[in-house]
Unconditional design. Sequence first.
Length: 167
Amino acid sequence: MSLAVEERHVVRRAERVRDLLEREGVRYEAISHGEAWTAQEAAAASHVPGREVAKAVVLRDACGACVLAVLPAPCHVDLELLSLATGRGPYRLASEAELDLLFPDCERGALPPFGELYGLDTYLDACVPRAREVFFPAGSRHQLLGLPCAEFARVARAQVGQLCFHR
């Protein structure tokens, strides 16, 4: 695939998120990078500290409802803390097939952290708002979008709580 065609695909995948940010009047930057399958890989490829890259993790509860947990790239979801934050559970990670259905316009490994765009409740780990800026994928494994953390928290409309454990 040529670079121009690849860039058009990246932009098309990010349209839903870009539309949200523009509706909300948020200025953002886009950082293109080589293919990255994980948030940590995207951070390294973009030369952004991992703690400033937000990853979105989709979890399904016992009743079949999904939630979106947003946490720093180096962290892992603590299922017990998530259950306490949501008042639901127990949780399991959503399967790749479930993610494909929920996020049809996103590449695997590049879910945007705005659950509202996909009909999901969003829970933001308390670590994320501590960063000055937040970077995140917007549907493509080749690009991160970045914006001031305060703007991110406002637009995400997420409930904030302790959701993760650190290595």
